[in-house]
Design a binder for this molecule. Sequence first.
Ligand SMILES: C=C1C[C@]23C[C@@]1(O)CC[C@H]2[C@@]12CCC[C@@](C)(C(=O)O1)[C@H]2[C@@H]3C(=O)O
Ligand SMILES: O=C(O)CCC(=O)C(=O)O
Ligand SMILES: [Fe+2]
Length: 349
Amino acid sequence: MVSNPETPTPPSKLSDALKSHPFHLHHEYLDLTSLKELPDSYDWTDELNMIPATTGGGNSAISEAMPVIDFNDPDALQLIGHACKTWGAFQVVNHGIPSSLLDQTECTSRDLFSLPIEQKLKASRSPDAISGYGLIRMKSLKNTSKKMKRLAEKLMWLMLGSLGITKEDIDWANPNSYIPDASSASQMNHYPACPDPDRAMGMAAHTDSSFLTIVYQNNVIGLQVLKEGTGWVTVPMIPGGLVVNIGDLLHILSNGLYPSVLHRAVVNRSKARFSVAYFYGPPATVQVSPFPKLIGPGHPSLYRPITWSEFLGIKAKCFNEALSSIRVTETPPIECVDANDDSNNVEVA
Ligand SMILES: C=C1C[C@]23C[C@@]1(O)CC[C@H]2[C@@]12CCC[C@@](C)(C(=O)O1)[C@H]2[C@@H]3C(=O)O
Ligand SMILES: O=C(O)CCC(=O)C(=O)O
Ligand SMILES: [Fe+2]
């Protein structure tokens, strides 16, 4: 094969994916922990984000609450399939991750974010790097907690199983395969108390690019998911519960059957909030495309094949238009505007 010098080689690691798409934030790094007034640069005006949420599950309809799935439930597979189709997210309990480990992670996160800003800036992330301290959008801290990985694997197989996809169907899942292992990244988020929560947003509405993301939130609510026909729904606190979000890569693999969930994090006036997100997906260089069993007459393949690495590059440029930009349609592909703007006020590490 002859390589075309004008075609760049796709990055082989997630951490390299941002090198060609540096992310420049125009925010100055403020100490956000003791603000008396919202700085003008944090004033939020975006329509999608300013729509308020319903209280925990639709207008009093209890059936509209986000599904909570017990891992020990014999019907877990079907329940997960239904939750993926209808919500793109659910909470899981009895997941096997000891609460002591989650508490410990929260303490580490509190300690890290409470360091003086000068000290945190010593670990700042540069515009083309994936890890370090900074403001979102693109940043993460490598934390390959074996337990999180194991849980993510179990969740993935339940999700794929509910679509009729088996381990034999997925090359990279085979332990004897020469293909590298799954990719993952962790991100710790800190949302300081905000003097003007109605004018600010913790983390702007987005989908994750992963296969699935596991989110741990300390006992302060703030995560909201967009439920079709209902609007923004606040994810309730469930002791020991972990939130699972469907990401864009599972959306692609399921040919749109399991849509990635649009979610955001709001801030509140009196309490600081912490969360940890664990992004899990295929090896960075493996191409993901709509699964053949899910394609047929009346169900054309909706997306072109893409690696996580390439998709991250597209996401850095197109942000919430990334999925539509790789959709195979008869209409001309979406032209993205640069998503390289500064619109969030959450600290991440
Ligand atoms: C693996 C990753 C997914 C992510 C980019 C990252 O490198 C680490 C941070 C992740 C995050 C969190 C906030 C929303 C998001 C869209 C972003 O800009 O950074 C996601 C990225 C993603 O899922 O594409
Ligand atoms: O803080 C939260 O609850 C959500 C975090 C999130 O969506 C992310 O890190 O991608
Ligand atoms: Fe997210």
